[in-house]
Design a protein around this ligand. Structure first.
Ligand code: MN
Length: 179
């Protein structure tokens, strides 16, 4: 069983339009990036695994440029229903501000040789602090790695692999917003 207790504890569901936390069933390996204009603008990167959305807050947002090592702070698991959440979290609530879906699609976890691995292997990789994934979104595409930079704490880096999808120039995430 996964733990959505933290997610639920932080929220008052009579006052926020966000979905109540319950675990999902069969994993569909979806991902979402939500632009979250809260007290600090950031992007939330979420991977569907183990009946929840494993989640990281990425202050600068993901980048398609392999030169960018983007800080990704692990946050509480979110319910799978959060995957298409967009809207306003009212003032006074946790994360108050505007949420919009910036990108979404599917992913698959991969090994060193970029071959697909199972969900269980992906969870083990996460536990060890390094998970490689292949994303098929509308904006994010190709290989990425999430790597924890210390044993302790919640700080990870999200880095684009050098592959045929990579941008080898400055990647300004705010210029890639849907209009
Ligand atoms: Mn957020």
């Amino acid at each position: 069983m996964t733990n959505l207790g933290k997610y639920n504890d932080k929220r008052h569901f009579d006052d926020t339009p966000e979905p109540k936390g319950k675990s999902g069933s069969k994993n569909q390996f979806r991902f979402v990036v939500q632009r979250h204009d809260a007290s600090h603008l950031h992007y939330d990167f979420r991977l569907e695994l183990d009946g929840v959305l494993k989640s990281w807050a990425v202050p600068k947002g993901p980048s398609m440029n392999p030169e960018d090592k983007r800080l990704a702070v692990a946050v509480e698991d979110h319910p799978v229903d959060y995957i298409d959440f967009s809207g306003t979290i009212p003032k006074g609530n946790y994360g108050a501000g505007e949420v919009e879906v910036w990108d979404h699609g599917r992913f698959f976890p991969v090994n060193e040789e970029l071959e697909k691995i199972t969900e269980k292997q992906a969870l083990d990789a996460l536990k060890k602090g390094e998970l490689k994934i292949f994303l098929k979104g509308e904006k994010l595409e190709g290989g990425f790695v999430l790597v924890k930079f210390k044993k302790e704490g919640d700080n990870w880096l999200l880095i684009k692999h050098k592959d045929e999808y990579a941008f080898n120039k400055k990647y300004d995430i705010e210029k890639h917003r849907k209009s």
